[in-house]
Design a protein around this ligand. Structure first.
Ligand code: AMP
Ligand code: MN
Ligand code: MN
Ligand code: MN
Length: 286
């Protein structure tokens, strides 16, 4: 294994600026205590926490890369594209993310209507009590409300019964295009990474199309070691990274001490024989 692979990098997590429960400062402290050497905060469709995260990382002597996780619609499914090491003041990036967030308010009201139709009242107002950023109401906030009110025992159960396709609180939504998401990131000097590929329910042909089109648009990385993958999936997507000539990323996708099973900085190192995504970003590390 190349020494570059042996780095406690955690390049995927969420704060109160999207659907996490900790502030950027509390996440930085937790990452540092867990031995993270290179960190990125990757809030959904938002970069409002970047300055705070970078400053907090600095105060703990941790290296930092800017980050975000953009919601994309591809072949009828939602795909997440992580952006790393971009210039957080880039205007096109700001506008693109603002447009991507734009539909969330209306979607949340429709989700609430769907839940009301099965007898769960006040979900919109309830979800809002968990929201840290009014522009970013997510399914996670509804899930927390349904756990708090005793409708379900945990957020996993809420997603299974109420918030996934075909369930009463699910509202189909069109997010950014793959091409736009990748170009906002690369246009701002960053690297685009396919997040947790094992989570999607694509056919082999659709998955091949995702990776090929992602590359053609200028995408350079894929998450291999993530809190969303099993050990077997690390091996599978290490192979996909090699096949498509993509660099590999590592990130916990930590959201909350109470909900996340993978803590910051606790995943295995990247497998050998892969190019770590941070090698492409040496001049972007703060
Ligand atoms: P949204 O962007 O509003 O569609 O919400 C997506 C978020 O919901 C993801 O980023 C996860 O944090 C969370 N999520 C999705 N599926 C599940 C699940 N099965 N269990 C728990 N959380 C989930
Ligand atoms: Mn999330
Ligand atoms: Mn994701
Ligand atoms: Mn995530």
């Amino acid at each position: 294994m190349s020494p570059k692979n042996i780095l406690n990098a955690d390049l995927h997590c969420h704060s109160v600026v999207s659907d996490g429960t900790l502030t950027p400062e509390a996440l930085a402290e937790r990452a540092s205590l867990n031995g993270v050497e290179l960190w990125a905060l990757t809030d959904h469709d938002e970069i409002g926490g970047q300055a705070r995260a970078a400053a907090a990382a600095r105060s703990h002597g941790m290296r930092y890369l800017t980050g975000t996780e953009i919601s994309v619609t591809f072949a009828g499914q939602t795909v997440h594209i992580v952006g790393l090491g971009f210039d957080a003041s880039n205007p096109a990036m700001h506008q693109g993310l603002m447009a991507t967030r734009g539909g969330r308010g209306q979607r949340a009201m429709e989700m609430s209507d769907g839940l009301a139709a099965v007898g769960i009242r006040g979900a919109y107002e309830g979800a809002l009590t968990f929201v840290g950023n009014p522009e970013l109401v997510s399914r996670t906030h509804f899930a927390r409300f349904l756990v708090e009110t005793g409708v379900c025992k945990d957020t996993n159960e809420v997603f299974r019964k109420y918030l996934t396709e075909g369930k009463p609180g699910y509202v189909p939504h069109r997010w950014a295009s793959l091409q736009n998401a990748v170009s906002w990131i690369t246009g701002a000097g960053g690297v685009a990474v396919i997040a947790h590929p094992a989570r999607y329910k694509f056919t082999p042909n659709e998955e091949y199309a995702l990776f090929s089109e992602f590359k053609a648009h200028g995408g350079l990385g894929v998450e291999v070691v993530t809190g969303s993958h099993s050990t077997q999936e690390y091996v599978q997507y290490a192979e996909t990274a090699r096949e498509f000539g993509l660099a590999a990323s590592r990130g916990s996708d930590f959201h909350s001490p109470d909900e996340s099973h993978t803590d910051l900085g606790t995943l295995p190192f990247l497998p050998g024989g892969l190019q770590p995504v941070w090698e492409l970003l040496e001049d972007r590390i703060q």
